[in-house]
Design a protein around this ligand. Sequence first.
Ligand code: NAD
Length: 412
Amino acid sequence: QCIVLNSYNLLTFKNERCTELFETLGCEGEIRLALQHLSDWAAPRPVEKTLMTLVDQAYVQPQPLGLVLIIGAWNYPWAVTLQPLVGAIAAGNAAIIKPSEVSSHSARAMEELLPLYLDTDLYPVVTGGVSETQELLRQRWDHVFYTGSSSVGRLVMEAAAAHLTPVTLELGGKSPCYIHSDCNIRVAARYGPDHVGKFVNCGQTCISPDYVLCEPSVQSRLLEEVREARLKHFYGISFEDYGRIINQRHFRRIMGLMEGSTVALGGDCDEADCYIGPTVLKDVSADSKVMKEEIFGPVLPIISVSGVDQAIQFISDREKPLVIYVFTEDKKVGLMIADTSSGALLANDCLVHFTVSTLPFGGVGHSGMGCYKGKHTFDQLSHLRSCLIKSSSLESVNSLRYPPHTQRKINW
Ligand code: NAD
């Protein structure tokens, strides 16, 4: 697939292996899973019965919702658009696919490639920008599945409310990463701030750790390990393998967020090439510019806290994030962090919960509503219809329901 996608010039901001790892493999996995389990997912689901329904049939029957509008974001244009589509098709819906205009090469590739494999009456691709999306949102749908920013998510929900259409909102936010002093800092640096977590896809990942919380002594060890991991093991000194920021507007936005903060590592950039190298900011204060909005770029602020209690307070004072990361060997610390609220919780690793299709993926509060992945997408885009098929064989039991409603009947 990468060769095909490459011919559409898609790999200008993402290298080829990242495209395979983070885009196409996940879509293939979702398709395989749906093919393998579809008959189970779609089958009636018997439920526990009561005394009154003992001889009846009681079950939940998944039914298609009808017509689903899928609006995708640009950062993983294939994964966030096609993975919901797999569930929409599996659940028996028709779906309109609206890829993001920002990742324009991907949008064109989808517009040209999907009709080769899917019925265009049932699964058309509509391209265009904000006004086209707004026009789509004025129509009546049976479900809107939106991935993108919280501010546009609000507009999507407003438009859907006019028709009482349910929505799934896969939004963003500032996901924190608490690194406790007892953890293996080398591992934490690799999985969290570095290659696997923050800097993959140049930080343009909804679930990347937006900022790190740790004690001051952890900050200096962490900086050492990130420097070591980045320079020697992952990208090489020239960072040739590194991707690019999606466009110059976002380049300038990210550079602007760094104003007033101290660069501890990285900071190299080239506006003409939309390049920002992996950057770590140290001793960042809570009211700095970079803490005012989701960074969505390869810039990692480190904020000092006195320990786990202050970290929890910091997290709880803010909107509920898409994910909270914690690195610790201490079960008690892990449980304390688990006592917060977020779309997901991941300990001692970053991002990989997205690959576990048995785990529902989604946000809570400002980071979104609803969820998807595997069977969860199927259920999200189905109506789970309650069915009770009464048997007339035990009419004598029904006599209890008929008036007069005597005390004897109530006691029975
Ligand atoms: P974007 O600008 O591509 O917008 C997403 C979609 O919204 C596009 O299809 C676009 O046409 C439409 N849109 C934009 N403005 C609109 C408007 N005013 N009215 C109607 N439609 C409009 O993407 P973005 O919003 O920059 O995406 C980045 C955000 O998405 C980040 O916050 C990121 O965290 C989040 N995100 C979340 C997930 C997730 O699964 N939760 C995944 C990827 C990205």
